[in-house]
Design a protein around this ligand. Structure first.
Ligand code: 13P
Ligand code: 13P
Ligand code: MG
Ligand code: MG
Length: 366
C-alpha cells in the first residue's frame, strides 16, 4: 500500500519562557485533529519537544497535500487562541502569515514528509529537535548513511553496498529551492565539503541507491528567511525509515552520542551540544541545551503503532551527563569567539544597531 507520512511542527506558545507548551494547548491541537481528521488522515500522534508541538500523521494524499497541511494549520491556529487566552509566551510564534495558502511551507511551521510503498514491516523514526536548526542533522545523517565506522550495514548488508544518494539544499537561496544530488561513496568528499557548513547546506532527503526508495526527509525551513528577522529557531524535524535496505535503528541513533556542537541554544545565537532526550522533554539550562528526541514507530496500512521512546534508555543517561559537561564547558566562554555564532548567523537584530552606532566612532589612521 502506498502511504504518506507527514510531520508538521510549530511553536505556538509556551509556559514560563521558551520551555514547554501548556497541557491545554497540547489538548487543543489534539482535539482539533480528532474532530476534523475524518476523510483526510488514517492515523496521527501529537507530541512535543521543548516548546514545539509536532503532528505526525499518515494518509494517502501524497506530500504537500493541501487538505492535510490545512488541517495542521487550523489545529495550530485554534490552539494559538488557547495560548493567547492563557497568556503563554510567544503565542502563535511560528505562524508567520495570517492566512493559509495551500501549503504550510513558507508560512512558518516545519514540514517533513515522504510517500512510499509500505514494506511488509515498515519501521521508521521521527526526530524532533528544539533550540537548533536543520543543519543539526547533517553530521548524524552523514555518519549513519555514509560512514562504515558508524554504519556497519555499509559493509555487512548487501542491500546497502551501493550506498545512498544525498539531496542537499542551499538554504541561503531564498527565491526558490536550490538543491544538489550527490552519491555516496563516490562523491563523499563533495558531500563532506558542503555538509561542513550546516547553516548554509542542509540535507533535505536521502535515497537508497539499491532500491531507489526514500529513507530520509528533513524539514529545511529557515524562519529568518521567511520573516526577515529573528522570530525563533527553526527547530527541525526529520523522518528516517530504517532496517532492510536502510541503516538499522541503532545505526541511525549511534551518531547522536557525540553531542556535536550545533547552532541555537540561548536566543538562537550560540553554539551548544545537541543532547538526545526523551520525548516530551522540556528546556532549561541557558534556554537549552539544544535537544533532539526520537520516537520509533511501525506503520501498517497507515496505522501507527504506539511509539517507542528511542532515547529513553540507561545508555543515554550516561551520554546526557557527558553532553552536559560539553555544554558547561562552552558556556564558560560566554559570548566569546566560537561560543556565540558569527555575525551572519546572529538571530538578534539589536547587535546590528549597536555595531552601526560604533561604526561612526571609529577613526581611520592615515
Ligand atoms: P535481529 O537479528 O534481532 O533481527 O537484529 C538484526 C539487526 O539488524 C540488528 O542491528
Ligand atoms: P524557540 O525558537 O524554541 O522558540 O527559542 C527561541 C529562543 O530565543 C530561546 O532563547
Ligand atoms: Mg519559542
Ligand atoms: Mg522551539
Amino acid at each position: 500500500m502506498k502511504i504518506t507520512v507527514t510531520a508538521i511542527k510549530a511553536d505556538i506558545g509556551s509556559v514560563g519562557g521558551h520551555i514547554k507548551p501548556s497541557n491545554r494547548v497540547l489538548k487543543a491541537v489534539e482535539n482539533y485533529i480528532a474532530q476534523h481528521h475524518q476523510g483526510a488522515l488514517i492515523d496521527y500522534r501529537v507530541s512535543f519537544t521543548g516548546d514545539d508541538i509536532a503532528i505526525l500523521c499518515t494518509h494517502t494524499q501524497g506530500p504537500g497535500s493541501a487538505s492535510v497541511h490545512e488541517l495542521a494549520w487550523n489545529a495550530f491556529k485554534a490552539a494559538t487562541d488557547v495560548a493567547k487566552d492563557q497568556g503563554l509566551y510567544g503565542a502563535g510564534q511560528d505562524l508567520l502569515k495570517d492566512a493559509f495558502s495551500g501549503n504550510v511551507k513558507g508560512l512558518g511551521p516545519a514540514v517533513a514528509e515522504m510517500e512510499f510503498d509500505e514494506r511488509t514491516a515498515e519501521p521508521f523514526l521521527f526526530f524532533a529537535a528544539d533550540k537548533t536548526d536543520p543543519g543539526a542533522y547533517n553530521l548524524p545523517l552523514y555518519l549513519a548513511f555514509a560512514d562504515p565506522m558508524y554504519c556497519s550495514g555499509l559493509i555487512l548488508s548487501p542491500g546497502m553496498f551501493k550506498g545512498f544518494k544525498f539531496v542537499i539544499m542551499d538554504v541561503e537561496h531564498t527565491e526558490a529551492d536550490k538543491v544538489i544530488e550527490l552519491n555516496a561513496p563516490e562523491e563523499l568528499y563533495d558531500i563532506a565539503a558542503l555538509l561542513r557548513d550546516p547553516e548554509r547546506f542542509v540535507i533535505e532527503a536521502i535515497y537508497s541507491r539499491d532500491t531507489g526508495e526514500q529513507a530520509v526527509a528533513v524539514s529545511t525551513t529557515r524562519l529568518h528567511n521567511i520573516a526577515g528577522k529573528y522570530t525563533g529557531k527553526d527547530d527541525p524535524i526529520m523522518l528516517v525509515r530504517v532496517q532492510g535496505a536502510f541503516p538499522a535503528t541503532g545505526e541511525v541513533l549511534a551518531p547522536f552520542h557525540l553531542g556535536h556542537y550545533v547552532a541555537g541554544f540561548m536566543r538562537g545565537s550560540h553554539s551548544g551540544p545537541l543532547m538526545p532526550v526523551r520525548q516530551n522533554s522540556t528546556i532549561s539550562f541557558f534556554d537549552g541545551p539544544p535537544v533532539v528526541s526520537c520516537a520509533a514507530y511501525c506503520v501498517h496500512e497507515g496505522r501507527l503503532t504506539a511509539p517507542v521512546d528511542a532515547f529513553d534508555h540507561p545508555f543515554w543517561d550516561y551520554v546526557r551527563e557527558k553532553i552536559s559537561e560539553k555544554a558547561i564547558e562552552i558556556r564558560r566562554q560566554g559570548f566569546f569567539g566560537n561560543a556565540m555564532l558569527p555575525y551572519s548567523e546572529l538571530e538578534y537584530g539589536g547587535i546590528v544597531k549597536k555595531l552601526e552606532q560604533l561604526e561612526s566612532k571609529f577613526i581611520v589612521r592615515s
